[in-house]
Design a protein around this ligand. Structure first.
Ligand SMILES: NC(=O)C1=CN([C@@H]2O[C@H](COP(=O)(O)OP(=O)(O)OC[C@H]3O[C@@H](n4cnc5c(N)ncnc54)[C@H](O)[C@@H]3O)[C@@H](O)[C@H]2O)C=CC1
Ligand SMILES: Nc1nc(O)c(N)c(N[C@@H]2O[C@H](COP(=O)(O)O)[C@@H](O)[C@H]2O)n1
Length: 252
């Protein structure tokens, strides 16, 4: 799928929500596309196209501005995503893809048969860092496949750890690996956890949500944090089909 040019008005609109260098932690942008009834997919385990090409281009522009892009194993199994950047500045010859980070605590993913593997073989994106629980032991073969492309498995205590602590571990792991900004695209469990933890743990810096004019219905996969989440510095943009809301949610 080819992208279209980024609408001129999106650059200044997004400017204040793009990553900045934080002194001691990774900048977190939570960004996803939802329907009018707050669904990010029409059914569990399925991928649903919500964004217009215009806002899809914005997502790739955002990918070009982050060191890493993180999704959960539920998203990987449902979408088989490419997680690279397909946006190129007209003034540049190169594309800057983020490092894919996959949260796969139980080691369920068959990376070798994924689209991401093929993308990396074609040198159209970076190989993933797959964060697994300390109890999971990938085969030497699987380790070698990843390493040959520049990716790796990273073991961390995730399974018997609270969601709050696991996010602190995940984000400090990114920082240790020199990844100073991450855009977290989903899926639903991750979005709901991060929004629910925001009051206590202050994990999200920027929130950028695309809203597509469609209702996906009660069987859809919902964004519904357990608590209210107050946003500040709120701005709206409207395009040919979708709207985008941006907010800063960090207390810093
Ligand atoms: N419209 C949009 O922008 C997007 C839609 N999606 C949709 O979301 C759906 C997938 O969402 P979910 O099934 O909720 O899966 P998910 O992608 O949120 O993955 C959940 C899994 O990730 C792991 N995980 C999450 N947080 C963790 C933590 N703190 N520590 C350790 N492991 C952790 C666990 O194994 C958990 O079961 C798909 O239908 C996909 O198409 C996904 C991304 C964006
Ligand atoms: N921005 C956006 N709009 C939608 O309508 C979507 N369904 C998604 N999904 C996210 O994009 C990933 C696919 O990325 P690739 O194009 O394969 O690189 C998918 O995994 C979701 O995170 N996003």
């Amino acid at each position: 799928m080819s992208l279209i040019p980024l609408p001129d008005s999106l650059r200044p609109f997004l400017h204040d929500y793009l990553p900045t260098q934080l002194p001691d932690r990774t900048f977190v942008t939570l960004t996803y596309a939802q329907s009018l009834d707050s669904k990010i997919a029409a059914q569990p385990g399925h991928q649903t196209k919500i964004s217009h090409l215009e806002t899809k281009t914005m997502t790739h522009y955002l990918r070009s501005k982050h060191d890493a892009i993180l999704v959960g194993i539920g998203t990987v199994l449902a979408d088989d995503p490419k997680l690279n950047c397909r946006f190129k500045e007209s003034t540049s010859n190169s594309i800057s893809s983020p490092r894919p980070i996959i949260l796969d605590p139980h080691g369920k993913w068959n990376y070798r048969s994924s689209q991401l593997f093929t993308i990396c073989e074609a040198q159209q994106g970076l190989a993933p860092y797959i964060i697994i629980d300390t109890s999971v032991n990938p085969t030497l073969h699987d380790i070698a496949i990843l390493q040959n492309q520049g990716g790796k498995f990273i073991k961390r205590p995730l399974i018997h750890t609270s969601r709050s602590d696991s996010w602190k571990i995940i984000l400090s792991t990114l920082y240790e690996h020199g990844l100073k900004s991450v855009m977290i695209e989903g899926g639903a469990k991750i979005i709901n956890d991060l929004l629910s933890l925001q009051k206590s743990d202050d994990l999200i810096n920027s929130l950028i949500i695309t809203i597509g004019p469609v209702f996906l219905g009660y069987q859809g996969v919902s964004v519904h944090p357990h608590t209210n989440v107050n946003l500040n510095q709120i701005k709206w943009w409207s395009g040919v089909q979708d709207s985008i809301v941006c907010a800063r949610v960090s207390t810093e």
